[in-house]
Design a protein. Structure first.
Length: 826
C-alpha cells in the first residue's frame, strides 16, 4: 500500500475506531516520520504492527484502550524520539519494554492506572535514571501508593501479594461480537455469516461456524494455527481448493456435512496429519480421487453417508481403504452403477467395484462441469470454484448459459434523451438519434454552441444545451452584454445615508456626507477620537459630532459642572423640583432654582426653546376666543427670515420675520387679507418682545412695548378657523406649501433661534404640552449646538454664538489647523 508513496512523511489516523492493525500493515512506509493513532480503540501493541516504519520519529498512541506494554511491543522502532501513551488503561509494563527505543527522548505515561506491584519495580528506577518522562506518572494501586509518582516510590514498596508474581502482561481475551467464547472455544453458529467475524482470538482451538451462509471455506481460516476443531456444517459450500486447510497441522476434527460439495480436489486435505474425524456426510459427492487421504494418517472416522457414490472401479480404492481399520461405520451406500445401487461401501467386496463403460455425464460433470457443454450459442465454458462453471458469452447474448438474446438497445446506451435504433445482424450494434444540443455515438457530447456567439464588451460565452449564455463584466448587462449598467440608478445605488453616487468606468463611487465613510458610506465616523468630555463622562458618537454622557451628579455640555452638594434637611425635604432643578432654602422657604428654559413653582413648565435645526416647529391645540386674542412672546435670532406664528388655512393669521422685520398677515375670513410690518428690526441676536392683539377684524403689533402698528380689515365676515392648530417657529411641509402658494407667507423659512415666555390670552404657555418636532431643544443656550473643538464658544456675539479658537487653530468649529486644512484630518 505504501511502497509507491516514497515521499510520505506523516500518517494521521486519529479520531477513528481502529481496534486492530494487522502485522505488516505499514510495510513500505520507511519514509514516514510521524504516525498519529490518537483517540482510537486499540487494546494491545505488537511489534509486527509497526513493521516497515524504519524512519519513524514520532508515535502518538494517546487516548486508546491499551492495558499492557510487552517487552517486544516496540521492536524495530530504533529511531523513535517521541512516544505518547497518555490516557490509556495501562496497569503494567514489562521490563525492557523501552530498550529497543534507542533514540527515545520524550515519553508521556500520564493518565494511566498503574498498578505499582513488584512487576513494575524496574520502571521507577528506570524513570529516575533516564529523565525523559513528561510529568509525573502516578500509582493508582495499591491503595497505600495511590497518587504517588512512580519515580518517588522506594524499591521495597513495589510489593506483590502471594500468587501475583507471575501475573505480568497477560493478553486480554478477545471475542467477536457475533460469537460466544469460553476460553479458546468460539461458537458462531447460525449467525447468517458470509465471512469470518472480526476479532477472533489468535489462540482459538475450536471454531463452530455451522448454520451460516458460507459458499467457500474462508481463506483467513488457515492463519489460526492452533485450531483443533472446525465445524462448517449446514452452509452452502460447493467446492474446496487445494489450499483450503493449509497450516492446520493441529486440526483433529473437520465437519463439512450438509453442504453442496460435488467434487473434492486431490490435495484438499494435504498436511492434516493430526486429523482423526472427517465428516462429508450429506453432500453431493459421487467419487473421490485416489490418494486424497494420503496425508491424513491419523484419520480414524470418515463420515461419507448420504452421498450419491458411484461405486465403479474408480472408487475401488476407497472400499479397500475403509475396510482397513473400519474407518467408515457402515452407513455410506452406493447410488450407481445400477447393479451396485443400495450396497454398503463397508461390506461390499472390493472386486464388485467394476467399470462397465464410462460413468454418466452427470457424474463426470461434477468434477468437470464443462463436459456437459452448458454454455449455449457458442459460449465458452470455464471451471469456476464458486459457481462450478462460468460462461463467456459472444456478442448479442447474455445469461448464465448465454441463453438470453441481447438486444443492443436493452441497456439504454443513448444518453441525454437520445433514441436508440438496433441494427440488424448479430453483433451489428446500434445507432443513436440525438436531440438538439447533443452529438456523438451515444449523444454524450454537448454541442459547443459558443462557436458563433455574440457576447460583446468582454462577455464570456457559457455553453448550454442547444443555446448559450453570456457572463458579463460587472459594468455590463443584457443577453449579449450590450447594455452599460447604471449603478447609480435607484435600484442599484449602493450609497447609503444620502451620499452622492458617481458613475466611473470601474463602477460606482460614493461621495460621503460629513460624519460617514467607507465604500458605501455605511460607516459612522468615530467623532469620539478627540473628545473633551470631562469627569469620567462617556463619549457618545453621533453623526458628525458627539455628546457626553455624564457620570451621576455631573452636568453641562462636557460634564464640566460638578455635582451640587446635598441640600441640608429643611424646607426642601418634601419639595419635588422637576426638570433637573435644585431646591434652595431662602429664609425658611423652599424655592426651586430652575435650569435655563424652565419655570413654575416646581420648574414644571418649559418656558423657552431653542430652534437649532431647520424645518422644526411647535404645535399648539386650537386657540380659544379666536379671533379675539392677545399673544406675547420674546424672540432672539440673528437670522433675517423665519416663521414665528401661523394659524388657519384660508382664514389665517401669520407672523413671520422677514428681512429682520416682523410681518403680520391677517385674514379672519374677510378676503382680501392684509399685512403690516414692524418698523423695528429684531435680528440682532438680542431678545425682543413681540406683542400681537387681535379683535375681530383689527390687529395691533407692538415691538418691545413701543408704539403699535394697527391694521383694520373691513371685510364683511370674521370667521377665523378656530379648529386649526397654532404653529410656532415653523410648520409642516404641506401647510407651509399651501400658505406660501396663497401669499400668506413671503419667505416660508423655519425660525432659527430662541423663543421664550409665550403668553396666549395672558396665560404663560408650557412648551412641554405641545407637539415638539426633533430639532427643538429646551432652553436658550446659544452654545448648545456649537462645538468648539480647540476653542471656547461665546454665546452673545452680535451675529450669534461664535468659537474663539486656540493658537494654531481656526475654522467655524476651531477644527482646522492654521498651517493647512488637511493637518490632523481623520
Amino acid at each position: 500500500m505504501f511502497k509507491k508513496l516514497t515521499h510520505l512523511k506523516k500518517i494521521n489516523l486519529s479520531n477513528n475506531k481502529v481496534s486492530e492493525i494487522e502485522d505488516g500493515a505499514f510495510e513500505g512506509a520507511a519514509s514516514v516520520s510521524e504516525l498519529h493513532l490518537t483517540a482510537n480503540q486499540l487494546e494491545s501493541i505488537r511489534s509486527g504492527m509497526f513493521r516497515g516504519l524504519d524512519g519513524l520519529r514520532t508515535l502518538m498512541l494517546r487516548n486508546n484502550r491499551i492495558s499492557c506494554i510487552h517487552n517486544d511491543s516496540f521492536t524495530g522502532l530504533r529511531n523513535v524520539r517521541l512516544l505518547s501513551l497518555y490516557d490509556n488503561q495501562i496497569t503494567t509494563i514489562s521490563p525492557g519494554a523501552f530498550d529497543t527505543l534507542q533514540a527515545l527522548s520524550t515519553l508521556n505515561l500520564l493518565a494511566n492506572p498503574f498498578n505499582c506491584n513488584c512487576q513494575l519495580a524496574w520502571l521507577g528506577d528506570w524513570l529516575r535514571k533516564r529523565k525523559i518522562v513528561t510529568g509525573n506518572p502516578r500509582c493508582q494501586n495499591p491503595d497505600f501508593l495511590r497518587q504517588i509518582p512512580l519515580q518517588d516510590v522506594a524499591f521495597p514498596d513495589f510489593r506483590c501479594e502471594e500468587g501475583q508474581e507471575e501475573g505480568g502482561c497477560l493478553p486480554r481475551p478477545q471475542c467477536p461480537q457475533e460469537c460466544a467464547c469460553l476460553d479458546t472455544v468460539v461458537r458462531c453458529s447460525n449467525k447468517h455469516l458470509q465471512a469470518l467475524p472480526k476479532g477472533l482470538p489468535k489462540n482459538v482451538t475450536e471454531l463452530y461456524l455451522d448454520g451460516n451462509q458460507f459458499t467457500l471455506v474462508p481463506g483467513q481460516l488457515s492463519t489460526y494455527k492452533y485450531l483443533q476443531l472446525v465445524d462448517l456444517s449446514n452452509n452452502k459450500i460447493s467446492s474446496l481448493s487445494n489450499s483450503s486447510f493449509t497450516n492446520m497441522s493441529q486440526l483433529t476434527t473437520l465437519i463439512l456435512s450438509y453442504n453442496s460439495l460435488q467434487c473434492i480436489p486431490p490435495l484438499a486435505f494435504q498436511g492434516l496429519r493430526s486429523l482423526r474425524l472427517l465428516s462429508l456426510h450429506g453432500n453431493d459427492i459421487s467419487t473421490l480421487p485416489e490418494g486424497i487421504f494420503a496425508d491424513v494418517t491419523s484419520l480414524s472416522h470418515l463420515a461419507i453417508g448420504a452421498n450419491p457414490l458411484h461405486c465403479d472401479c474408480h472408487l475401488r480404492w476407497l472400499s479397500s481403504w475403509v475396510k482397513t481399520g473400519y474407518k467408515e461405520p457402515g452407513i455410506a451406500r452406493c447410488a450407481g452403477p445400477p447393479d451396485m445401487e443400495g450396497k454398503l461401501l463397508l461390506t461390499t467386496p472390493a472386486k464388485k467395484f467394476e467399470c462397465q463403460g464410462a460413468p454418466t455425464l452427470a457424474v463426470q460433470a461434477k468434477c468437470d462441469p464443462c463436459l456437459s457443454s452448458p454454455c449455449r450459442n457458442q459460449g465458452s465454458c470455464h471451471n469456476d470454484p464458486l459457481e462450478a462453471y462460468r460462461c463467456t458469452c459472444p456478442g448479442g447474448y447474455k445469461g448464465r448459459d448465454c441463453e438470453v438474446s441481447l438486444d443492443s438497445c436493452a441497456s439504454g446506451p443513448c444518453e441525454n434523451g437520445g433514441t436508440c435504433h438496433a441494427q440488424e445482424g448479430e453483433g451489428a450494434g446500434f445507432m443513436c438519434s440525438c436531440p438538439a444540443g447533443f452529438e456523438g455515438p451515444t449523444c454524450g457530447v454537448n454541442t459547443d454552441d459558443c462557436v458563433a456567439h455574440t457576447c460583446a464588451n468582454g462577455g464570456i460565452c457559457v455553453d448550454g444545451v442547444g443555446n448559450y449564455t453570456c457572463r458579463c463584466p460587472v459594468q455590463y448587462s443584457g443577453r449579449a452584454c450590450e447594455q452599460l449598467v447604471d449603478f447609480c440608478s435607484p435600484e442599484l445605488n449602493p450609497c447609503q445615508h444620502k451620499a452622492q453616487c458617481v458613475g466611473t468606468p470601474d463602477g460606482p463611487r460614493c461621495e460621503c456626507p460629513p460624519g460617514y465613510a467607507g465604500d458605501n458610506c455605511s460607516e459612522n465616523l468615530d467623532d469620539c477620537g478627540a473628545h473633551r468630555c470631562q469627569n469620567g463622562a462617556q463619549c457618545v458618537d453621533e453623526v458628525n459630532g458627539y455628546s457626553c454622557l455624564c457620570a451621576e451628579g455631573y452636568s453641562g455640555k462636557l460634564c464640566e459642572v460638578p455635582p451640587q452638594p446635598p441640600a441640608p434637611r429643611g424646607p426642601c425635604e418634601g419639595m419635588e423640583c422637576q426638570n433637573g432643578a435644585s431646591c434652595v432654602d431662602q429664609g425658611s422657604q423652599a424655592v426651586c432654582q430652575c435650569l435655563p428654559g424652565f419655570g413654575g413653582p416646581e420648574c414644571e413648565k418649559l418656558l423657552s426653546v431653542n430652534f437649532v435645526d431647520r424645518d422644526t416647529y411647535l404645535q399648539f391645540t386650537d386657540l380659544q376666543n379666536w379671533p379675539r386674542a392677545n399673544i406675547t412672546l420674546q424672540v432672539s435670532t440673528a437670522e433675517d427670515n423665519g416663521i414665528l406664528l401661523y394659524n388657519g388655512d384660508n382664514d389665517h393669521i401669520a407672523v413671520e420675520l422677514y428681512q429682520g422685520h416682523v410681518r403680520v398677515s391677517y385674514d379672519p375670513g374677510s378676503y382680501p387679507s392684509s399685512a403690516i410690518y414692524s418698523a423695528e428690526t429684531i435680528n440682532d441676536g438680542q431678545f425682543h418682545t413681540v406683542e400681537l392683539v387681535t379683535f375681530d377684524q383689527m390687529v395691533n403689533l407692538s415691538i418691545d412695548g413701543g408704539s403699535p402698528m394697527t391694521m383694520d380689515n373691513f371685510g364683511k365676515h370674521y370667521t377665523l378657523n378656530s379648529e386649526a392648530p397654532l404653529y410656532v417657529g415653523g410648520m409642516p411641509v404641506d401647510v407651509n406649501s399651501a400658505a406660501f402658494r396663497l401669499w400668506q407667507m413671503l419667505n416660508g423659512s423655519s425660525f432659527h433661534g430662541c423663543i421664550r415666555n409665550l403668553y396666549i390670552n395672558n396665560e404663560l404657555q408650557d412648551f412641554t404640552k405641545t407637539r415638539m418636532k426633533p430639532g427643538v431643544v429646551p432652553g436658550c443656550e446659544p452654545c448648545r449646538k456649537l462645538y468648539c473643538l480647540h476653542g471656547i464658544c461665546q454665546p452673545d456675539a452680535s451675529p450669534g454664538p461664535v468659537c474663539h479658537c486656540e493658537a494654531g487653530w481656526g475654522g467655524l468649529h476651531c477644527d482646522q489647523p492654521a498651517d493647512g486644512p488637511c493637518h490632523g484630518h481623520k
